[in-house]
Design a protein around this ligand. Structure first.
Ligand SMILES: Cc1cc2nc3c(=O)[nH]c(=O)nc-3n(C[C@H](O)[C@H](O)[C@H](O)COP(=O)(O)OP(=O)(O)OC[C@H]3O[C@@H](n4cnc5c(N)ncnc54)[C@H](O)[C@@H]3O)c2cc1C
Length: 699
């Protein structure tokens, strides 16, 4: 009942906002943080039904899960304890080790100072309560932290950072903690707290999810906790229905943060926009002065009127920090205020998007060109970009983009991967002007896995929308169940979803389903029209290509908006479906993401031994591949993963990872490590990432 009433009031609130919206130009009305619920065209009753379905799924998930636990425990779950699953969440503890009285005293003092700054409600130091901040979405489970803080203002953030380093502690910046490579949770093992260094997780998402438009909606200023789904949903209520924000990730339904996107160079599906990137930011670097004191240097490249500081000032005179805090309070209090503008310097000399990306993907086409379009180890751009927590991002500026007047989605199936790539070059990447909005590839193993293990989530997303808080809430329920201290807990939800899948309706429209039986390689393309015949040109090229390649491909044009939603939901559930499939089939699984050179059109060779499934799904336009490999129980999957990394990098000249970050999972190239060491010479920020030492000054 609580879920239902919360969701309905949020829906009503959205309706209210929509009806009373004023289209503002120089002024804007801040709105309540947008709950980003999709409003069904059929009215509230059908929406309520879906909420009920969702709520009952949650109850069912819990009920069935607990009810069948003994069966699971006795049969399959014990096997799983020795298996490597793509994303396991066994119970963990953040800081329950035996500690010397001196150490305990030191930690107590730090916690008390942090409490003075942030307030007791924003300092968590009980191991059980810290758990959800200290356990990663895929890896990172036994790290130690003395506290998790959730500051309520940027001023509190910088004051806390100073207190932490003065206590010889280390800082772990955190957004929504959806990172997949262990970079957003405390380190595990002895190296994590060497020399008595204590770790504090600084979570920005909880209270600093604030953002506001500038330049008449052409750009936005985002505090570091701004969620990408909330930001996307805010454009219309702000009065800019013709603009859209930047990122759409597979994790959009979990509302990850804009700042973490920059810290990883997160990618996703948006071919015309490219990865998260900005040269305009307010961020903190930490060093020592000549007297040996820790100093926080605040760098300001925001380029926004009223938010200027000289570069590298102390936090005490950081007027941008104060101004941003006032803005954030106004947003939360729904006060109206004049819209700020970029400074001339900001507009002319600094980029707030991945500017050259469209050109890159359309001109990297010569067969000799071995360049990859984007990857995590890239050292270009100002410090914040791909910094993986080695500087502390407080705020960033990002471009918004004109929304298309209308868009269409196609499902195109090919008889071979080579033909799919040929279509990509000749039709989709023909020029920057009519580049598709997105172009996502899936092989038949991906289709099989999603059809047999992803229909529950796909159906839910199709019906309530990617940004619905209901999905995030169910995800939290799943994580909580999985971290219960029982042997069956880590697999129970997936076991349930795997069995429930059998009674769910088909996730794809029937015509597309037939095409997946006839062909092996599939591309879902969405094209837009901005009133300059972009769609017409694309369609003309596509039809003429089809005429010449009739027997090699088939095209299906989506007939309804619902079919389009089905396609995107189908693609987005690939990763969670893989885990469910592995649990249901009692096999192990590994997941990697890598960037192949733009013109590399083959599949990296791997040993076939013990491979049960090889899902390949990619951001086809830029050749960033997600690969999920299921292995029989007797295979050493860590070795298999490192062997694939070697093949990708040495034989194919690609880069691994591409968009999920190095975190604690992968060693970064020397040049990338050097760049991080220059940003954080003392190694007090997110120590131990990308294969660097976790010790003070990297000793
Ligand atoms: C189901 C699922 C699907 C996903 N799909 C995609 C996808 O399609 N594409 C993709 O790129 N990723 C994807 N991801 C990974 C993840 O969602 C992204 O990496 C996302 O950008 C992380 O955001 P976050 O707020 O959760 O960051 P966190 O996990 O909290 O942090 C990520 C990194 O950023 C650093 N960081 C966070 N905040 C700050 C700050 N203020 N200052 C400095 N450093 C900071 C952290 O220290 C950490 O190193 C997926 C994850 C899941 C669970």
């Amino acid at each position: 009942r609580q879920i239902l009433s919360h969701s309905l009031s949020a829906t009503m609130m959205q309706r209210g906002l929509r009806n009373s919206r004023l289209v503002v130009s120089r002024r804007w009305k801040s709105t309540i943080k947008n709950p980003s619920i999709k409003i069904s065209n059929e009215g509230s009753s059908s929406y309520s039904k879906m909420v009920l379905i969702g709520a009952s799924s949650a109850c069912g998930l819990m009920g069935f899960g607990l009810g069948s636990s003994f069966v699971d425990n006795s049969s399959s779950s014990s096997e799983h304890q020795d298996h490597h699953l793509p994303s396991g969440f066994p119970s963990s503890c953040c800081s329950c080790d035996e500690k010397s009285p001196e150490q305990q005293e030191k930690e107590k003092l730090l916690v008390s100072k942090l409490t003075d700054i942030c307030g007791s409600e924003n300092v968590i130091s009980k191991p059980l309560e810290m758990k959800m901040y200290c356990k990663g979405a895929r890896i990172g489970k036994d790290g130690k932290a003395v506290a998790v803080i959730t500051p309520g203002s940027l001023r509190q953030v910088v004051q806390s950072l100073q207190i932490i380093v003065d206590a010889n502690g280390v800082i772990l910046p955190q957004g929504a903690n959806t990172g997949l490579t262990g970079g957003s949770t405390p380190r595990e093992g002895e190296d994590g707290d060497d020399e008595g260094r204590i770790c504090v997780v600084v979570n920005m998402k909880k209270h600093l999810n604030a953002f506001f438009p500038i330049d008449n909606g052409k750009r936005v200023v985002c505090l570091a906790g701004a969620g990408i789904a909330d930001l996307a949903a805010a454009m219309k209520p702000w009065g800019f229905p013709d603009r859209e924000s930047h990122s759409i990730l597979g994790s959009t339904f979990l509302n990850p943060t804009v700042a973490a996107g920059v810290a990883y160079g997160s990618g996703g599906t948006q071919l015309r926009k490219g990865p998260a990137y900005t040269d305009r930011s307010l961020y903190v670097k930490i060093d020592k002065d000549k007297w040996g004191n820790f100093v926080l240097n605040v760098a300001n490249t925001l380029g926004v009127e009223g938010l200027q500081d000289s570069d590298f000032v102390t936090p005490e005179c950081g007027s941008a920090i104060e101004q941003l805090d006032i803005y954030a309070r106004d947003v939360q209090g729904q006060y109206q205020r004049a819209m700020a503008s970029s400074t001339e310097e900001g507009l002319k000399h600094k980029s707030s998007n991945a500017q050259d990306y469209k050109t890159k993907v359309t001109t990297n086409t010569s067969p000799q060109n071995q360049k990859v379009n984007r990857y995590n180890a890239d050292t270009s751009g100002i410090d914040v970009n791909r910094s993986e927590g080695k500087v502390f991002i407080l705020a960033t500026v990002h471009d918004t983009f004109p929304s298309p007047d209308h868009k269409k989605s196609y499902w195109i199936s090919f008889d071979s991967l080579q033909n799919a790539y040929d279509f990509r070059e000749k039709v989709a990447l023909h020029n920057t002007h009519d580049l598709p909005i997105s172009m996502e590839y899936m092989n038949n193993d991906s289709i099989d896995v999603i059809c047999s293990a992803g229909k529950v989530l796909a159906t839910l997303i199709t019906n309530v929308g990617m940004g619905s808080p209901l999905i995030g809430m169910l995800w939290d329920v799943k994580l909580k169940v999985e971290s219960l201290p029982f042997t069956w807990a880590s697999t129970i939800c997936d076991t349930f979803m795997y069995h429930l899948n059998n009674i769910m309706p088909a996730a794809l429209p029937s015509d597309i389903q037939k095409m997946t039986n006839e062909y092996s390689h599939h591309v879902s393309v969405t094209v837009g029209d901005w009133n300059q015949d972009e769609m017409k040109h694309f369609e003309e090229r596509m039809q003429s290509y089809k005429e010449q390649n009739k027997d090699k491909m088939k095209i299906y044009k989506c007939q309804t908006a619902r079919e389009e939603e089905q396609l995107s939901a189908f693609r987005f559930v690939a990763a969670p479906a893989f885990r469910t499939w592995c649990v249901g089939n009692h096999v192990q699984g590994i997941s990697v993401d890598y960037a192949l050179p733009h013109n590399y059109t083959h599949i990296p060779q791997i040993s076939e031994k013990g491979v049960a499934k090889r899902m390949r799904y990619s951001h086809f336009g830029c050749n960033v591949i997600h690969e999920d490999l299921a292995y029989e129980p007797n295979i050493n999957v860590e070795l298999a993963k490192m062997s694939l990394k070697k093949t990708v990098e040495h034989d194919c000249h690609g880069k691994l990872p591409a968009e999920h970050g190095h975190g604690t999972e992968y060693k970064a190239p020397v040049e990338t490590q050097k760049r991080w060491k220059r940003m954080d010479p003392l190694n007090v920020m997110n120590p131990g990432i990308g294969g660097t030492s976790a010790k003070f000054k990297y000793q």
